[in-house]
Write a protein that binds this ligand. Structure first.
Ligand SMILES: Nc1ncnc2c1ncn2[C@@H]1O[C@H](COP(=O)(O)OP(=O)(O)OP(=O)(O)O)[C@@H](O)[C@H]1O
Ligand SMILES: O=P(O)(O)OC[C@H]1O[C@H](OP(=O)(O)OP(=O)(O)O)[C@H](O)[C@@H]1O
Length: 219
């Protein structure tokens, strides 16, 4: 019996949008997958050789890059932050739309000119994206790494600016912040372990099934 093909899916907000795409691609997880009381992390599907694992968004890339899972669904923000060479991202799934941006307090923005920055101190979950963005503009960035609630940093004096994901802009607004620069647009991608793509014959048909599912969803 060959080892199952493992697809890593994030347990956060992308999951709700990813499930219909998985279904269109012909993969339906067992009932426990949708049960909030279940503590299981690994789930069978109605396709005999395909299993799903439910992990944190940032860990999807790690599982797939190391070949512990062969495929995964992850935001392009996470891909850009890690830049794993072992990952191939063949399909833009068209879900999880947001952007990664620089934000600062409204009062600060009123008299601030981003073109004049030479050094910035930034609270973020994305230190590599932040450093690369500012380095490309010749600005030195000092990052304070947080795992969430970046919006608290400016008012509490941790860092005057943040780099975080923005969608509706509601989180920034409710915390007295305003977006001053967009670094990149973000969507979720299907990712594949490069070695698995070559050695597991089931991978390419599954990638094609996802490609069709995205086209159908967009039609
Ligand atoms: N407001 C948003 N709108 C749309 N997509 C988002 C938004 N926030 C995050 N995302 C996308 O969803 C992914 C997972 O974000 P989510 O907030 O579910 O994870 P998290 O709670 O930060 O992660 P963790 O599981 O580590 O706590 C992000 O990497 C991004 O691609
Ligand atoms: O512009 P908005 O529509 O308000 O969305 C932006 C918020 O969404 C994400 O957080 P999430 O809700 O996933 O919480 P977390 O980062 O604390 O997990 C992101 O980190 C922002 O805080």
């Amino acid at each position: 019996m060959p080892a199952p093909l493992v697809i890593a899916v994030p347990k956060g907000r992308i999951l709700a949008e990813a499930l219909p795409l998985l279904a269109r691609a012909g993969v339906h997880p067992e009932a426990a997958f949708g049960d909030p009381d279940s503590r299981a992390l690994r789930f069978a599907t109605d396709v005999p050789h395909i299993e799903l694992i439910r992990v944190r968004a940032f860990d999807v890339a790690t599982f797939v890059a190391h070949g512990a899972a062969q495929l995964g669904i992850v935001g392009s923000d996470v891909l850009a932050e890690f830049d794993y060479s072992e990952l191939y991202a063949p399909v833009d799934l068209g879900i999880g739309h947001c952007r990664i941006s620089v934000a600062e307090p409204v009062e600060m923005a009123a008299s601030d000119d981003p073109r004049g920055w030479s050094h910035v101190r930034v609270a973020t979950k994305y230190p590599h994206i932040t450093a690369a963005h500012f380095a490309a503009r010749g600005v030195q960035a000092e990052c304070v790494k947080l795992n969430g609630a970046m919006e608290l940093a400016p008012t509490l004096g941790l860092a005057p600016r943040i780099v975080d994901l923005v969608s509706s802009g509601r989180t920034l607004k409710e915390n007295g912040l305003v977006e001053v620069e967009v670094i990149a647009e973000v969507t979720s991608r299907l990712i594949v372990n490069r070695a698995a793509m070559k050695t597991r014959a089931e991978v390419v048909p599954l990638v094609e099934a996802f490609r069709r599912a995205v086209a159908e969803a967009a039609a």
